[in-house]
Design a protein around this ligand. Sequence first.
Ligand code: IUR
Length: 451
Amino acid sequence: MSNTNNTITFPELIRLKRDGGQLTEEEIHAFVQGVKSRAIKDSQIGAMLMAIWLKGMSEKETLQLTKEMMKSGEVFDWSDEWVVVDKHSTGGVGDKVSLPLAPALAACGCKVPMISGRGLAHTGGTLDKLESIPGFKVNQSVQQVKQILLDIGCCIVGQTETLVPADRVLYALRDATSTVDSLPLITGSIISKKGAEGLNALVLDVKFGRAALYKDLDSARHLAQSLVTAGNNLGITTGAILSRMNAPIGRCVGNAVEVCEALECLKGRGPDDLNELVLTLGGYLLWISGHSPTLENGKNMILQKLMNREALKKFQAMLVAQGVTEDAAHSLCADDTDYFKHMKRAAHQTELKAQHDGTVLEIDGMAVAKVLHKLGAGRNEPGEKIDHSVGAEILVDMGQQVTKGQSWIRIHHNSPELYIHQHFDLQKALVFGSSDEFKTESRVAEFIHPR
Ligand code: IUR
């Protein structure tokens, strides 16, 4: 970009945003193209990101940024007859919802090309969970994705090189310039990738609470509204749920143990809160994509696919299509099975005992996740190897009366023993109170509907 033919230069563009101005469509186009082609220096991109972080972007600018990012790479184009849907979660502890949700939606007739990520820091990634299953391949070409959608209806894969290349550059520089937590930048990043997936409908699970990116309902609602607006403006029917993320979802945290719990859910034996999220997110997608006349009816459709094992059959077929042997997939999906015959089991299991009598009021998911991370379940840098067998099983329910000495958590680890500070941090995560202090809360707090 030069000023020889009256176009604005990059330093002028940065100054415009820095001083609170609005960028035009052409200017945003030039910026994203410059990012993609690397014609703009990293220092200039960083400065623009900080200007956007400080001054924000209007709805119009955010939409343009999202569109330009989407168009920076390949945009999938599926058959007109398909109803293509997906879910995106802002990340939580024990969040294995995608694993039962994708096959349940496929069993209802939707096409689900789920593009997922890997875990970083305390958050787990769906791809890491699936890689606990020997043979599972997350890297599939567009042609392979198309074939799996045609044959089965769902797949869970990693992002291809050609999808939204501008996001790869921007995300790395956001990380390096402390500009990750900017509403327009998060919106552009998430919705551009969903747009490139060629979706008809999208549901967002925006989490709030102690173990979430956003700690309070208000800030989560702001993010959800920005995502929903951009998604709908892009032509994807988009809605969101705001869900509570304090205690881990379900009873298992860690890659292999979460796969076991997801399989239990697919066998109709999942924990209540996981079931609630799968039914609500799935039912919501069926409703907004026109597969169901109401949300309630949509939830019932998903429930039926879990109870009659049609979702499980889809999952089994997806495992085979993505590289797992027929024998292992069949055995993992069998009614009575030893999951650890096929997935690596950690060398040690240590149970911690409750130190008082009392009612379980809360289990701090973030504290549990941090200990597991140190034990090898998570990574500090992208690309780092992780230990899929590290995890935790929570042995008590919220609101349960426990007695001193009762086991409340089982840690799966390969280190010879847990350090004293790890015992301490885990014990602190279990919050006791009296039974009248406990109140049952559903995971789902609010909906933001398409508009
Ligand atoms: N996930 C994304 O894909 N993009 C983001 O900016 C964030 C999470 I934060």
